[in-house]
Design a protein around this ligand. Structure first.
Ligand code: NAI
Length: 340
């Protein structure tokens, strides 16, 4: 079957890791026509807007996009196009699997959990204003609708992926109304999944537990900001940001992207690690029903890590982005694979 997928190269290291990932996907033999579109600063220059209708429409039409990281200016300038895109397409569930890879030195080589982040509201609503000079107000929006649907997505995901436990993460002891509502919605949904264990943790304790005893967690369901922070923490547990994949999923489509950003400090040098985006592409292939290609691609990535010869610089190796991609491509072609 032929698929049409929107491709967004992104900023900084984006075009380098996207090219490497496309090359590896194509080695699996899946039939994909890519529709390339831009966002952010590049789009601002070309179309006078950071979120062009063409790009949004392409994702709505194709229902799937593979996206490189987009830069957001700090403190001033345009608002995040990543947040804008998730809002425009109502991509409410950010699914971030956290699994260590063979041979990658890390604190928890056996770790296997999933961070499920609500993607559309919370402090990311962008409702900030100056009350009087020297005093600003930033509004945290939590709704029953968004809290219920992310909880349901988390439980459904756990059920269909053989997971055993779902944990809500919150600060309802302090934010009694907002986080209290999030927690209430979580336990209401939990009633429909009696075979799954449901519990909750306060965010600060959860961070400590993740560092000391992460094996107690399986699927974590979090509001937007906590989910953002905890997913980077989890990336640190398995060896770093270059390894953490993600998917943004909603009724109108799904956008697959790495957890990390545009890494301007190493952009243009051909040394970025494309693993996180490649693992996001594995999620994408499963999402579009190309399970066999997903399995072969995942197996080939693991085989390259298990062999340990082509490792990028961030993980202590010397392989360039394209050398790493070539090594995976060869494994796919020869059918070499390590079971996921
Ligand atoms: P970052 O994730 O881009 O970089 C943090 C550190 O990790 C840097 O030292 C970088 O070199 C390293 N790193 C990240 N990805 C890597 C990779 N694939 N291979 C090797 N090393 C890697 O975070 P930072 O610096 O906070 O953000 C840079 C820009 O990215 C900002 O404009 C930010 O807004 C944007 N960003 C975009 C995201 C997205 O598009 N989804 C997500 C996070 C940040």
């Amino acid at each position: 079957m032929k698929h049409t997928i929107t491709l967004i190269p992104g900023d900084g290291i984006g075009p380098e890791i996207v090219a490497a990932t496309v090359r590896v996907i194509e080695a699996t033999g899946v039939d994909i026509e890519w529709e390339t579109h831009i966002l952010g600063a590049q789009a601002q220059e070309k179309y006078g807007t950071t979120l062009p209708d063409d790009t949004i429409e392409s994702i709505r039409r194709n229902k799937v996009a593979l996206k490189g990281p987009q830069m957001t200016p700090i403190g001033k300038g345009f608002t995040s196009v990543n947040v804008g895109l998730r809002k425009a397409l109502d991509l409410y569930a950010n699914v971030r699997p956290v699994r260590a890879l063979p041979n990658v030195p890390c604190r928890y080589p056996e770790l296997d959990l999933v961070v499920m982040r609500e993607n559309t509201e919370d402090l990311y609503a962008g409702l900030e204003h100056i009350v009087v000079p020297g005093v600003v107000e930033s509004l945290k929006i939590i709704t029953e609708k968004a809290s219920t649907r992310i909880a349901r997505y988390g439980f459904e995901y756990a059920r269909s992926n053989g997971r055993k436990k779902v944990t809500a993460v919150h600060k309802a002891n302090i934010m009694k109304l907002s986080d209290g509502l999030f927690l209430e919605c979580f336990y209401n949904v939990a009633k429909d999944y009696p075979e799954l264990e449901a519990d909750d943790k306060i965010i600060d304790n959860c961070c400590m537990q993740l560092v000391m005893r992460p094996e107690q967690f399986d699927v974590l369901v979090l509001e937007n900001l906590y989910g953002d922070i905890v997913s980077d923490l989890c990336a640190g547990l398995i060896g770093g940001l270059g390894l953490a994949p993600g998917a943004n999923i909603g009724e109108q489509g799904a956008v697959f992207e790495a957890v990390h950003g545009s890494a301007p400090d190493i952009a243009g040098q051909g040394i970025a690690n494309p693993t996180a985006l490649m693992l996001s592409a594995v999620q994408m292939l499963n999402h579009i029903g190309e399970n066999d290609a997903a399995k072969r691609m995942h197996g080939a990535i693991l085989a390259v890590f298990a062999e340990g010869r082509s490792i990028t610089r961030d993980l202590g190796g010397t392989a360039k982005t394209n050398e790493f991609a070539r090594a995976i491509e060869e494994k796919i072609k020869t059918g070499a694979s390590v079971a996921a």
